[in-house]
Design a protein around this ligand. Sequence first.
Ligand code: ATP
Ligand code: PAF
Ligand code: BAL
Length: 284
Amino acid sequence: MRIAHTPAEIRRQLKSLRASKTIAFVPTMGCLHAGHMSLIRKAKQLADIVVVSIYVNPLQFGPNEDLDNYPRTFDADAKLCADAGVDFLFNPATLYPASGPKITLKATQLSEHLCGKARPGHFDGVVTVVNILFNIVQPDIALFGEKDWQQLAIIRRMVSDLQMAVEVLGVETVREPDGLAMSSRNRYLSETDRNRAVALSKALRAMQQLATAGESDIGVLKDRANAILAAADISAEYLDVRNPNSLKNKNRLNSRPARAFIAARVGSARLIDNIPLHQTEESQ
Ligand SMILES: Nc1ncnc2c1ncn2[C@@H]1O[C@H](COP(=O)(O)OP(=O)(O)OP(=O)(O)O)[C@@H](O)[C@H]1O
Ligand SMILES: CC(C)(CO)[C@@H](O)C(=O)[O-]
Ligand code: BAL
């Protein structure tokens, strides 16, 4: 595995390969876990060359967020990547000019709700850095996790609105055995909070089960989920059912696709998760 620390270096390394090889790209902020490894595995199945980036992007953190404390575990990450057969690891010190970026992208509509509400500017920072990374790596395929569903929906829309020549693939959320979605921020959880945190995925699963059993009243689904959260002393920052592509709110379940989304603070960690809501044929 080759490691590059500057955009010029990775461009140089990839230049001669571009004409004959397909490139799959997995952008990350490091502190790699089984969720990231599943993206890397999928990337290896789909392309000749796999590029992983590790960059904690300051532009997507708000002033009171965890930029300084975000876990940085480069040596362990590099070993995991090498063992997984990653070809190129890109770990830039910065991707912005010293005077700060003067040109950025705006995510607009899709970023106005869910995480975008609590994290103003977050998705503008994400689309800006992903655009920069795509310009540097020029991948054929880029893989993102469904755990960050809103991010995935926004990146898909960026690629289509800006006519970018990259195929975006979503990869299913990898979970701990008890259901908690894997996340670098799970490291912030104390033992007690780790036990409480499972309530997020339990609440979503309960909503999914009700929907599958034919319940179409979203109020009923939310009441069940909120009761599970309350038992763990968690109050959701948001708990919503939305169209998975437009992210528009839904009032009732019908034959159209729907997804439940949750964010909650557990101790010092802000956790997110989401799940598809299927309805049985009889209930549609
Ligand atoms: N449990 C997971 N299953 C599948 N993909 C995941 C999972 N967790 C993260 N990813 C994906 O890995 C990529 C890099 O994410 P990132 O490095 O921010 O990790 P993270 O665990 O989501 O960290 P954070 O705690 O900051 O949200 C993103 O596309 C993200 O959706
Ligand atoms: C896509 C990403 C690498 C952009 O910084 C980040 O938001 C993440 O890790 O999900
Ligand atoms: N995985 C999403 C990146 C963030 O929370 O900043």
